[in-house]
Design a protein around this ligand. Structure first.
Ligand code: PGA
Length: 252
């Protein structure tokens, strides 16, 4: 049976009251696959979400982290601080962080290593811009990101990483990649991982699609053989929509 992860990326949204309301609404859905669902929240909401989801199986985590355990890094949050809150997941290298906050493959690589060492599952984002796709360079570009991001990470650790393929042109634009486009790249990424490591690591890796996934298009994306779930931005802000996507995964 194919493994799934349905991950909501709230980005910079919600107050604690709104998060509490969301958590109650999601819990009320009693999802059969609650363990395959997680919410990546702003730092201020993580502690509350952890408490609200206690005993439900629903995962929770962060959208970014610093790679140093402590020190003079004003405004940053470290892996031990996330660990303290019991987070299971952390997004690394989201395209918005790469674009607006100078995230590079080098810092992404350091963050992956720090998270893996602490036993937190990284959700590594990769994906090309529209310009690169129009030039036909998307596979070369994404392979380059994967190779750089996994540099120096051993097989056992690599197997614990979740990869999210997020074409930048599909994020928040309402313009979803077609299921075939998403499948093609997810299969390609699986091949890159198999090439760096081995087939077992490539075959078992969770590879998600992200970019305007919503209840109306989730099933056709999720039923593709190399797509193990979604990283969902806009549609994850409503418990009904996130639950509908999780239910689509559970039905497959
Ligand atoms: P979107 O965002 O679903 O709103 O396109 C996805 C993401 O950026 O993770």
């Amino acid at each position: 049976m194919k493994k799934f992860l349905i991950a909501g990326n709230w980005k910079m949204n919600k107050t604690s009251a709104e998060a509490a309301e969301f958590a109650e609404a999601l819990k009320a859905k009693e999802l059969p696959n609650a363990k395959d669902v997680c919410v990546l929240a702003p730092f201020t909401l993580i502690g509350g979400l952890g408490k609200a989801f206690e005993g439900t199986g629903i995962g929770f985590g962060a959208q970014n982290v610093h790679f140093e355990p402590s020190g003079a890094f004003t405004g940053e949050i470290s892996v031990p601080m996330l660990k303290d809150l019991g987070v299971g997941y952390c997004i690394v290298g989201h395209s918005e962080r790469r674009e607006y906050f100078a995230e590079t493959d080098k810092t992404v690589n350091l963050k992956l290593k720090a998270l893996l060492q602490a036993g937190i599952t990284p959700i590594l984002c990769v994906g090309e811009s529209l310009e690169i796709r129009e030039q036909g360079g998307e596979q070369t570009f994404v392979a380059g990101q994967v190779i750089a991001d996994f540099d120096g990470i051993g097989t056992e650790d690599a197997a614990k990483v979740v990869i999210a393929y997020e074409p930048i042109w599909a994020i928040g634009t309402g313009k979803t990649a077609t299921p075939d486009q998403a499948e093609e790249m997810c299969a390609f990424i699986r091949g890159v991982i198999s090439g760096i490591y081995d087939d077992a690591t490539g075959d078992s890796m969770l590879i998600l699609y992200g970019g305007s996934m919503k209840p109306s298009n989730a099933k056709e994306l999720l039923e593709k053989p190399d797509i193990n779930g979604g990283l969902i931005g806009g549609a994850s802000l409503k418990a009904d929509d996130l639950a509908a996507i999780a239910e689509a995964a559970a039905s497959l």
